[in-house]
Design a protein around this ligand. Structure first.
Ligand SMILES: [Fe+2]
Length: 262
């Protein structure tokens, strides 16, 4: 078996050798982000989905490193009833995949160097029916967002894909909300394949470029991912205040009359 220590070398090499795609905003799509043998163990160490905590409609999570700005129950896998061998695996995982070397590789790749200190948090997520948001750019304290796709087999459900957009108006003002699809053109879809990392630089429509993305799950199958974020180390209370002002609009895609076309 490949240890986390060796796996991180493979993953950083995969990042260094990948190309930043700039349309519609800077992102990476990397297959085989983990060594194959490590990936098999990772899948075997995901705790029972029954133990995941409800986060919001259709979304269940198991924290690996808590988000101080999350404002919810921030219990981690290490305080849960997960098995000891599962805790041991994810403990090693967080030291490698939430550590300075991995963070630095990603910051360098996206050539983004925040003035503040940064840190990384993340969680295992199971999405089910009605999980999702309308187009949004991600919380303003986030620098890089990562979604590790970790199904055991490829799943070609369209509702499992992440959609990337451009606003129809290049000067569209981003106020941190989750918008309906009316004001956006879909540019690309990210497929949900095993052992794949999709990550992007969070941009709030600066210079006409914003990290506009969305997903809307329309089946009750489990969509398993690790969602992780490199974040600026700013006052969590301030972040929560801003989120409280906007999150009530997070499901605005329900207003859409013709969701099938997305
Ligand atoms: Fe997002």
């Amino acid at each position: 078996m490949t240890s986390s220590h060796n796996a991180i070398r493979h993953s950083i090499d995969r990042i260094l050798n990948s190309k930043v795609i700039t349309d519609p905003f800077p992102h990476l799509e990397i297959d085989n982000i983990f060594p194959e043998s490590f990936y098999k163990v990772l899948l075997a160490r995901v705790p029972s989905h029954k133990m995941f905590l409800p986060e919001k409609e259709g979304v269940f999570r198991m924290n690996i490193v808590s988000d101080p700005c999350g404002g919810m129950d921030q219990t981690t896998i290490f305080e849960s009833r997960a098995q000891e061998k599962e805790k041991t695996f994810w403990d090693n995982f967080r030291y490698s995949y939430f550590g300075d070397e991995f963070i630095t590789a990603l910051l360098n790749k996206f050539e983004t160097f925040p003035e503040e200190d940064v840190y990384m948090c993340g969680r295992l997520i199971v999405d089910r029916l009605n999980a999702g948001f309308g187009p949004h750019t991600d919380r303003y304290d986030k620098v890089i967002s990562l979604i590790f796709h970790i199904p055991s087999v490829p799943i070609n459900e369209r509702g499992f894909e992440t959609m990337l957009f451009k606003p129809k108006d290049p000067n569209f003002e981003d106020t941190g909300e989750h918008y309906t699809y009316d004001d956006f053109d879909e540019v690309k879809r990210i497929s949900y394949h095993p052992n794949k990392l999709f990550c992007f630089k969070v941009m709030s429509n600066t210079g006409g470029i914003g990290s506009w993305h969305s997903y809307h799950q329309d089946t009750d199958l489990d969509r398993l991912t690790i969602k992780a974020f490199i974040q600026r180390d700013i006052d969590p209370e301030e972040v929560r205040r801003v989120v409280d002002e906007t999150k009530h609009r997070s499901k605005r895609w329900r207003d859409e009359k013709n969701l099938d076309s997305y």
